[in-house]
Design a protein around this ligand. Structure first.
Ligand code: FAD
Ligand code: SF4
Length: 378
């Protein structure tokens, strides 16, 4: 029996769609989320166990439930997908995981005969998940991060209208309860990373990719032009002020561009946010859900418009057209940082290694590193 009262109508519908296949096909999650087993537990009224199972596999399950682009991963692998009945696990995962985070369930630390000291630089998707896996396995895991609060890009990049940031405080509390130590507002010396091996057996660098790419065109240095990451991180601390009718052009066609445009509309719904993309509408790289959200909030789109330069009017396109605007945000991706070490006890993971990706792919990399480090040879 589904406890319909405890789930939203959306989640209840998705739970009901699941056939509980003997051999589940829904294996498209990079972090290997056990969708069938979680839904089975929920159907049996064992939501807390389902939440614990999801968290044990992916401590960011509540976050993934809210913002994971599941349409790329697990949704299409459901056996009912081709008949338009594919189970959308997002809503279920988000609700059951939030309930779990509000519970006082505590994970047991395993007894480890050969515990090691791990330093993880960066409290983002990789740092949070890896520190949890290591700590539960009986190792010592210390996470340092230069921000005030944990969550990395998920907290400081993704706008509040898409993700409830209080989740990170609850996730942090669960991690601390198994022994993860956090040292926030602490900047690691990434030039001399080896020095940390004096105090730690292994160092994992998961510092993300926080430098916005530049267009490399004339006028980009003007003081009304901002990089997307700097714009979003500043907005996290205090929403920017835009006058009624003020025009903000956001150059780009991915999730980051959408997030910048959403931020403008949240700051002042009467301002104008225009996403300027050099390709057509079908080539947008953002998730359909986010695109719909942007449309609902009144974000405008200008397609097939390649920016040639920026001047006092705003954007000047290759075809000679112009777009008058007051502010410009450049959201065309991030540069990967460069590191100079080949020390076998230093590992790199997440966006700082692979460029911008998704939260669930970062969790999958944390799982891979954990498996590698758990190997007796390491
Ligand atoms: C705007 C935006 C929206 C996104 N939306 C989604 C989405 O909807 N769904 C999705 O799945 N993915 C999304 N992503 C991608 C996802 O957020 C990232 O792939 C993921 O969070 C990266 O995790 P990470 O652990 O590699 O690094 P980060 O999350 O970037 O964490 C790195 C941490 O290290 C800290 N750090 C850096 N240098 C140092 C130093 N020297 N010392 C100490 N600390 C340091 C940083 O401040 C940061 O807190 C989005 C990305 C962006 C930019
Ligand atoms: S493949 Fe679809 S229907 Fe079958 S167990 Fe997985 S989610 Fe349920």
């Amino acid at each position: 029996m589904i406890k319909a009262m405890e789930f939203s109508e959306t989640a209840t519908n998705e739970i009901q769609k699941c056939l509980g296949c003997l051999k589940p096909f829904c294996d498209g999650c990079p972090a290997k989320t056990h969708i069938r087993d979680a839904i089975k537990l929920i159907k049996e009224g064992r939501e807390l166990e389902a939440g614990a199972m999801l968290f044990r596999n992916n401590p960011l399950s509540a976050v993934c439930g809210a913002v994971c682009p599941a349409y790329k991963f697990c949704n299409p692998t459901c056996i009912r997908f081709n008949r338009g009945m594919g189970v959308d696990f997002n809503a279920i995962e988000n609700e059951v995981s939030k309930k779990f985070l509000d519970s006082d369930f505590k994970f047991e630390r395993e007894v480890n005969a050969n515990p090691k000291r791990f330093l993880i630089i960066g409290a983002g998707a990789v740092g949070l998940s890896l520190s949890f896996y290591l700590s539960v396995a009986g190792h010592s895991a210390t996470v340092i991060d230069n921000n005030e609060k944990v969550g990395g890009m998920m907290r400081y990049g993704i706008p509040d209208c898409r993700l409830d940031k209080t989740l990170f405080d609850k996730i942090q509390a669960k991690l601390e309860s198994v022994g993860v130590k956090f040292e926030m507002k602490t900047t690691a010396d990434l030039v001399n990373i080896e020095k940390y091996l004096d105090k730690f057996d292994k160092v994992i660098v998961s510092t993300g990719a926080w430098e916005s790419k530049k267009l490399g065109i004339s006028g980009e240095e003007r003081d009304n032009v901002f990089g997307a990451i700097e714009f979003l991180a500043a907005a996290h601390n205090a929403l920017p002020k835009f006058a009624d009718g003020e025009v903000v052009a956001v150059i780009g066609g991915g999730d980051t561009a959408i997030d910048c445009a959403l931020t403008v509309k949240v700051a002042n719904p009467k301002s104008r946010a225009i996403i300027v993309y050099y390709k057509d509408a079908n080539s947008l790289k953002c998730a359909p859900r986010e695109r719909q959200m942007a449309k609902t909030m009144g974000v405008e789109f200008k397609f097939d418009s390649s920016t040639k330069k920026i001047d006092e009017r705003g954007l000047v396109f290759e075809n000679g057209e112009t777009l008058n605007c007051d502010k410009i945000v450049v959201a065309i991706g991030q540069n990967k940082p460069q590191f100079k070490t080949e020390n076998p006890n230093i590992f790199f993971a997440g966006d700082c290694k692979n460029g911008t990706q998704t939260i669930v792919e970062c969790v999958a990399q944390a799982q891979e590193i954990f498996n590698l480090l758990s190997d007796n040879k390491n």
